[in-house]
Design a protein around this ligand. Structure first.
Ligand code: AMP
Length: 404
């Protein structure tokens, strides 16, 4: 298992049900963590968690050494490494998405913005850890954001090209599919909460919490997205000579005109992994090994139980997280029944070492019960300046999002 965040902790723990797992580099909160680089570890299967190493071609290097790898090569990972290229592939594949344009100069970008109705969406072309997207109802703010991104001031080279999109309205759903190059099997849908504050206020983050299943996102929706988006995308990639073996994560908005793909990611979502994977009722190592070998035959199964995860973040996240604070109560929280605590920004001696520090997952027969268990465990944990949302998977919030 390559990586060291909450997603990788969740993957390692679910892979660990049937396999022996080492995590590189992991973190002091993830059992089996090692500083040995992946190239120097002898394993039957390599699972690459984060987008960075995928975009950098780690899967290609491991495959060149004869290893079995779950995760796309650099060619396929470009879906996430360049939003402009992703939009080209979506257009080729005929996948419904938001109207958009790609720009490197302020004037034409501004002119395009003026042709779109609010809300306006401005994205960095390159990777920005989930923080490179502005959604705003202020045209002035959108124009200022274009200038800040294109100048390199806001996101360095990742922002020197921007994608401008029409804002879509509707509930968001994440659908993660395991792909073997030709076939795709969907995992249970999840919904994440991107904004820092309660009521979806404040800046976009990497994700502050998630839940699964998603009321209103049943088998019909999943089948439609697989048929109309995921499989045509795999075909479009294959036509470009790309054999995509890994997770294809479709970020969807369910508009009044049907589902639209906002983006693809090329790996498990974080924090979606922390709710989708604990619900798995099959052998994850087997499933990922089949996909890595180009020969998917298993169908993933899920328990009916719901899962809710709440992210605990450091003071100052997402702009300037403070690190080095002592975390209290982690063992008490992790010892509760039906609760898992996944470690992300955790340093030696149980101190904070990153922006998103922990993800606390509760499971139960309903979203309400799962949510109650997650928040009861959250109440065990404290450190100076800890922040979290109090409305993850709240019924009111789900209603406002139009899901029930
Ligand atoms: P992305 O990194 O493209 O998923 O964007 C991050 C977040 O910005 C998404 O999860 C949405 O909440 C929001 N977003 C992105 N594109 C749009 C859009 N076209 N319309 C409305 N919201 C969007």
């Amino acid at each position: 298992m390559v990586g060291g965040g909450g997603r990788e902790h969740a993957l390692a723990s679910v892979l660990g049900r049937t396999a022996e797992v080492v995590v590189t580099r992991g973190n002091p909160g993830i059992p089996g963590s090692t500083a040995t680089p992946p190239e120097e570890i002898d394993a039957d299967l390599y699972v690459i968690g984060p987008e960075g190493p995928l975009v950098d071609g780690l899967a290609d290097r491991l495959r060149a050494a004869g290893r079995l790898v779950f995760g796309p090569g650099a060619d396929g990972a470009r879906l996430e490494g360049s939003k402009a290229w992703m939009k080209e592939v979506l257009a080729d594949a005929g996948v419904p998405t938001a109207r958009h344009g790609v720009f490197t100069e302020v004037e034409p970008a501004e002119a395009f913005l003026r042709t779109l109705p609010p809300p306006w969406v401005v994205k960095t072309d390159g990777l920005a850890a989930g923080k490179g997207v502005l959604v705003t109802t202020s045209l002035d703010a959108a124009i200022a954001d274009v200038a800040a991104k294109l100048s390199g001031a806001a996101f360095g080279d990742a922002g020197r090209r921007v994608v401008i999109e029409e804002g879509l309205i509707g509930p968001e759903v994440s659908l993660l599919c395991v792909c073997d190059g030709r076939r795709a099997v969907p995992l249970a849908p999840a919904q994440d909460h991107k904004r820092l504050g309660d009521g979806d206020t404040g800046p976009n983050t990497g994700g502050m919490g998630a839940f699964s299943p998603v009321p209103g996102a049943g088998k019909d929706l999943v089948d439609e997205v697989v048929e109309r988006a995921v499989l045509p995308t795999l075909d479009a990639l294959r036509n470009r000579g790309i054999d995509y073996r890994g997770v294809l994560y479709a970020g969807l908005i369910l508009t009044a005109d049907g589902p639209r793909v906002l983006e693809y990611n090329v790996r498990f979502g974080d924090p979606e992994a922390q709710v989708v994977l604990p619900r798995l009722d099959c052998d994850l190592a087997e499933l990922l090994a089949e996909a890595a070998a180009g020969h998917l035959v298993s169908e993933p199964r899920f328990v009916d139980d719901a899962a809710v995860t709440v992210v605990l973040a450091a003071e100052g996240y997402p702009l300037a997280p403070r690190t080095g604070d002592a975390i209290h109560g982690l063992d008490a929280a992790a010892g509760r029944p039906d609760v898992s605590v996944f470690c992300a920004g955790v340093g030696a001696g149980s101190t904070t070492a990153g922006g998103r520090v922990l993800a606390v997952t509760g499971m139960g027969p309903t979203l309400e019960v799962a949510r109650g268990r997650a928040y009861a465990a959250v109440a065990d944990i404290t450190w100076p300046g800890m922040q979290h949302r109090t409305d993850i998977a709240a019924a009111d919030d789900r209603n406002e999002r139009g899901l029930q």
